[in-house]
Ligand binder design. Structure first.
Ligand code: AOF
Ligand code: ZN
Length: 363
């Protein structure tokens, strides 16, 4: 096997941490000696051993003189864990191959520099693009302290998210719907508008075996969420945050008693100020949000510039209807030049459906 193949293995290991490491990165590490893999590890859970130490701990023979492949630059600071560069040096690793640089200001090149200064042979940026893509969320959050927002919707090939009657079950098939559940596991928060709560009374949980529920965030400017809504009734087991412009403390208390967290957020054009909300959620440690909004919330999210990525599940069917809802409503942009431009699109087939994932161009 060559550097690329070992790094690919490290990436596969890193991916196993998806959903469990937030707001820290997913990282994988492989230790190779005499052309054989003698250790493998990944960052399994937030605050736990880093990938490098897990790989070293798993070694089936002394790692001295070996090569470590790691998807992210090793850390050199004391946080919840001691510095990985110390562990690498103590173990006598001769060569370190990395994928991504670590933008964490506490690391930011210092990890690599320290290893080099101690005579470790370094090869950087192997499968860098793939490694960077894996930690999009971490990179965004550590630099902005605001959550990475993914706007997700399911629509027909003629761009409808419901029939003209409002009926929307189901647009996509089983495989696509299962994929949505994996995404709910992956991201820290899930956000919807009060309109969705009133219309569908969703649970917004992750219903796959061994999955983790995201924190539920409901944008409810006037606090209209019914106390009988599922997101309120289950708030003691699965956290629910109500983001509102309603400042009535007594009204807040009713929801708080039911186990909800109420966040008072300034108003902007009759809606919760989403930019302010993101700053607040970032302070809560929420690094990522799956936005499962309707057309109104989606438009507000795009307009306020909080969206980083689009996930559109597209079903090969046509609903038709002038009144049938579309994924993004509001006023819309006045001309094609004023559009939200997307880049780096990836298409995946899920049964009969397609998933199109695109990054929002921020420039
Ligand atoms: C991880 N897991 O496998 C690696 C990380 O507070 P700490 O000690 O857990 O340090 C977190 C920082 O360590 C993190 O922001 C990143 O910069 C670096 N590397 N973190 O959680 C890992 N390799
Ligand atoms: Zn580390």
């Amino acid at each position: 096997m060559n550097d690329l193949e070992y790094m690919r293995l490290a990436l596969e290991l890193a991916e196993r941490g998806a959903g469990w490491t937030a707001p820290n990165p997913m990282v994988g590490a492989v230790i190779v000696k005499d052309g054989r893999v003698i250790g493998q590890g990944w960052h399994e859970t937030y605050g736990g051993f880093h990938a490098e130490r897990n790989a070293l701990r798993s070694c089936t023979e002394p790692p001295q003189g070996g090569t470590m492949y790691v998807t992210l630059e090793p850390c050199c600071h004391h946080g919840k864990q001691p510095p990985c560069v110390d562990a690498v040096l103590e173990a006598g690793i001769r060569r370190v191959v990395t994928g991504s640089d670590d933008p964490n200001p506490l690391v930011a090149g210092k990890g690599i520099r320290t290893l080099r200064e101690h005579g470790v042979c370094i090869t950087e940026h192997v499968l860098r693009e793939e490694c960077d893509r894996l930690n999009q969320v971490f990179f965004h959050y550590i630099q902005t302290r605001e959550p990475f927002v993914v706007m997700k919707y399911a629509m027909t090939l003629d761009g409808k998210i419901a029939a003209y009657t409002g009926a929307s079950k189901w647009i996509t098939g089983e495989e696509a719907r299962r994929h949505v559940m994996t995404q709910r596991h992956r991201y820290s928060g899930i956000m919807a508008g009060v309109g969705t709560v009133l219309a569908d009374d969703p649970l917004l949980t992750c219903r796959i075996e061994g999955g983790k529920n995201p924190i539920r965030i409901i944008c409810d400017s006037r606090l209209r969420t019914p106390l009988t809504a599922q997101v309120v009734k289950t708030a003691k087991e699965t956290p629910t945050i109500l983001a509102t412009c309603n400042a009535d403390k007594e009204r807040h208390a009713v929801y708080q008693q039911a186990g909800c967290t109420v966040l008072a957020v300034p108003e902007k054009s009759g809606c919760v100020d989403l930019k302010e909300l993101m700053k607040e959620l970032g302070r809560y440690g929420i690094d990522s949000i799956l936005l499962e909004g309707g057309g109104t919330l989606n438009w507000a999210a795009l307009e306020s510039g909080i969206v980083q990525k689009i996930q559109a599940y597209i079903a090969p069917k046509l609903f038709g209807g002038r009144e049938a809802k579309t994924p993004v409503e509001g006023r819309g942009f006045h001309s094609p030049d004023a559009a939200v431009f997307l880049k780096d699109s990836v298409i995946t087939r899920l049964g009969e459906d397609f998933l199109v994932e695109s990054e929002v161009r921020q420039d």
